[in-house]
Design a protein around this ligand. Structure first.
Ligand code: MN
Length: 272
């Protein structure tokens, strides 16, 4: 008996018209029924934002393709909790126009879309292509399909997603990596507008990175596909353990206001 076809949700942060989205949808089309739910315009670096204070509108473009006037996370949330006829087996986001490496994943709408899928209990992968050469989306699509197939077969642990970056050009291979770290050397750029008023640009300089052998950034810049497993539990467990020692210091400073302390004592005495 033939295996029942699974559903796959495809989204991005570059918007419904982006060539990277079409490349990803086409790459995974043989693996299941593909639904595309993507922002109606570019929402890069929007992070994990959700739209709570205005209504979302859904524009159907074809049978299983809609655009939403919201963020990538809105698209995933809406698709998984409302639009799709069933829970998908996989969420894929991308293929982003540009790399999403290291500390930058915290700004990324592409990675956040995969985070939203993960939080809602669906194995999710974010794909990004380094560089500006859009002809490379076909090659990147091949990588995406292979990894999507693997995750559909093997699954992912709860709260874990994959962040995949594909180098410009034909990849030399695959490296499993950890997130690299940015060096924030650039300063905010101040400019004066035609009316004499100051305005500012953040993140205007070229990104600098710490050189670390096992990082995602190093892999991509050496010409390898980088696959980084990310975990949604941001708790620092080592620090949590260490903070047990803070308990005493905090306890002695609990009631700095003398009047309040007297009141508390009086109340306690009265109740006994
Ligand atoms: Mn983008």
């Amino acid at each position: 008996m033939a295996k029942k076809a699974v559903s796959i949700l495809v989204t991005n942060d570059d918007g419904i018209m982006a060539p990277g989205l079409a490349a990803l949808a086409s790459a995974v089309s043989g693996l299941g029924t593909v639904y595309v739910v993507a922002p109606d315009r570019e929402r890069s670096t929007i992070g994990h934002a959700l739209t709570l204070h205005r209504p979302l509108r859904v524009e159907p473009l074809s049978e299983r393709q809609v655009s939403v006037n919201g963020t990538p996370s809105d698209c995933v949330n809406l698709a998984l909790l409302g639009l799709l006829p069933e829970k998908p087996a996989l969420v894929v986001a991308g293929i982003n126009h540009g790399e999403n490496l290291g500390d930058d994943v915290t700004y990324s709408g592409t990675v956040s879309a995969a985070m939203e899928g993960t939080l809602l209990g669906v194995p999710s992968i974010a794909f990004s292509l380094a560089g500006e050469d859009h002809r490379m989306f076909t090659e990147a699509g091949r990588v995406a399909r292979t990894l999507a197939e693997l995750v559909l077969r093997e699954g992912l642990p709860r709260k874990t997603l994959l962040n995949v970056n594909i180098p410009a050009g034909v990849p030399k291979g695959v490296r499993f990596t950890r997130l690299g770290h940015r060096v924030y050397s650039e300063t905010v750029r101040k400019e004066i507008d035609p009316r004499g008023k100051a305005h500012y640009w953040v993140g205007a300089g070229p990104p600098l990175w710490e050189r670390e052998e096992d990082s995602d950034m190093t892999a991509v810049h050496d010409g390898y596909v980088s696959v980084t497993p990310l975990h949604m539990d941001l708790t620092d467990h080592q620090m949590l353990h260490k903070m047990a020692g803070w308990q005493d210091a905090l306890a002695t400073k609990r009631s700095p206001h003398p009047g309040k302390r007297r009141l508390t004592r009086a109340k306690r005495t009265g109740s006994r």
